[in-house]
Design a protein around this ligand. Structure first.
Ligand SMILES: Cc1ncc(COP(=O)(O)O)c(C=O)c1O
Length: 467
């Protein structure tokens, strides 16, 4: 009988078993991710985990490490809020796996749901136009979450409500692209006589990595004609009124993220979005709220509820499947359901297994809603107190709940703080590479509790004191 070529050693070219060994030891060390045991070790090298020869990044693009010669701190294994690097250093991940692993690295109930789903025959991801039960069930759950307490029969018939879901999107970029196309098509069908369409976006926005999404943040402008993008400052209501006054009916779409995680965690004010809602209504512009960062990170699951508005389009992604790719979605008012089938789906966007995980994710968040709210408030309050304590270095705390940043007076301090934090095992981000940006960013996964919050904020205090 031919030998199997499907074992880990062959797939990973792990001839000596070194990779399997280091991963197994790493997992054993992390155990169930218990913070009381792991926090004292954060930043340390864990010697019980053997060093292994791991694949390098030589085939990657330059911007992704092709030229990196020193040993990378890439990820080996993770559990809960913690992960070990290939160099066996223990990190506390203050960013939820770069903003998308809602429950951190491996949540046992999600893993159990995943395995149970597979056992029951839920397929991974088939082509978009023959959806299976979990995808249809998820569409229903998303409509419920978007319209809490609403009567489903009345909702189904009311095209002024958020009663339609496009689930056939693999990533947030594709979902944002679908939203843009809905805005353009609506414009073409109803307002094209007004002239070239205008998109109003926030300065510092991030709606994805394709060319149109990048155009919305100011790139590639020389290649776009018959279209204008006007960027406004988040929270400046007067400017927004001026822009809507100037462009009026030419505005096809308004785009906003409740928390600008690509711009120093700026939190939009309810009054600002309420004003935007009124201006969109007055000019016939479609309001898109991009919740790819905020969705599945708050007890309400969709954060727009906190702003006293109902958007025309809500974009979901990232945290929806807790980091189990791929799935993103647009939840929108039925009256904008104008795209043809192949105008807005991606081949890998009808993902039954991720949809099942998204259902489990909703269940976990709803079950833990109170605890999540309390932990988020606690962390943000501690960060605000910290900013007061170090007002010589810090302008203030930014963002909300688990998604909190610290704005520095000086860019150099923000960069130095970031470097020092990473060196001692706190994985967080810094926005300091655009004019005026000087903020460190965190987005803790939902298992965050007071113990971890105290540890993190206490360590930030030490780092601030040493600046
Ligand atoms: C607010 C926002 N919109 C859209 C996207 C694009 O999502 P994706 O990277 O899944 O394509 C991102 C990704 O970071 C995001 O943060």
């Amino acid at each position: 009988m031919a030998e199997s070529n499907m074992d880990f050693a062959t797939l990973m070219k792990d001839d000596t078993g070194g990779i399997a060994g280091t991963m197994a030891a790493g997992r054993e060390y992390l155990g169930d991710g218990d913070a009381s045991r792991l926090l004292p070790d954060v930043g340390h090298t864990i010697d019980s985990v053997p060093v292994a020869e791991l694949p390098d990044k030589r085939w990657f693009q330059k911007s992704y490490g092709r030229a990196v010669a020193e040993k990378p701190e890439d990820l080996l294994v993770g559990k809960g809020l913690f992960y070990l690097t290939e160099q066996r250093q223990l990190f506390l991940d203050c960013t939820g796996g770069h903003y998308q692993m809602t429950w951190g690295y491996e949540q046992p109930e999600l893993t159990a749901a995943l395995l149970d789903g597979i056992q029951r025959g839920i397929i991974w991801d088939n082509h978009s136009n023959i959806p299976s039960a979990p995808v249809k069930r998820l569409a229903g759950r998303l409509v419920e979450v978007a319209n809490p307490g609403a009567d489903p029969t009345a909702l189904l018939e009311d095209d002024e409500r958020l009663n339609t879901v496009l689930t056939g999107c693999a990533t947030g970029t594709v979902a944002c692209g679908a939203g843009i196309k809905m805005q353009l098509l609506y414009y073409e069908q109803n307002k094209s006589e007004a002239g070239a369409p205008v998109f109003v976006t926030m300065d510092g926005n991030y709606h994805g990595s394709d060319i149109f999404a990048q155009r919305l943040r100011g790139m590639w402008s020389q290649y776009f004609t018959n279209l204008e993008v006007v960027m406004v400052q988040p929270t400046d209501g007067e400017e927004l009124e001026r822009v809507f006054g100037e462009y009026g009916e030419r505005i096809a779409g308004f785009w906003a993220e409740p928390v600008l995680m690509n711009r120093e965690a700026i939190l939009l004010e309810p009054e600002y979005l309420q004003l935007a809602r009124r201006l969109c209504d007055a000019t016939g512009a479609l309001m898109a709220i991009d919740e790819i960062q905020t969705c599945f990170w708050f007890p309400e699951i969709m954060m727009f509820h906190r702003f006293g508005i109902v958007p025309d389009l809500v974009i979901l992604g990232k945290g929806m499947t807790a980091g189990f790719h791929p799935l993103a979605a647009v939840v929108y008012k039925g009256k904008y359901d104008t795209l043809a089938q192949y105008d807005a789906i991606s081949t890998n966007g009808n993902a039954a297994l991720p949809a099942y995980l998204a259902l489990a994710n909703i269940a976990l968040i709803q079950r833990d809603a109170e605890r999540i709210a309390a932990a988020g408030e606690y962390y943000h309050r501690k960060m605000t107190e910290l900013a007061g304590q170090f007002s010589n270095v810090l302008v203030g705390a930014r963002g909300i709940s688990h998604m909190t940043g610290l704005k520095f007076h000086r860019v150099d301090d923000a960069i130095a703080f970031h470097r020092a934090a990473v060196a001692i095992g706190l994985w967080l981000r810094v926005h300091a590479y655009h004019e005026g940006h000087s903020t460190i960013l965190t987005k803790f996964a939902l298992p965050l509790d007071e113990q971890v919050a105290d540890y993190a904020v206490g360590t930030y205090a030490e780092l601030l004191g040493a600046l």
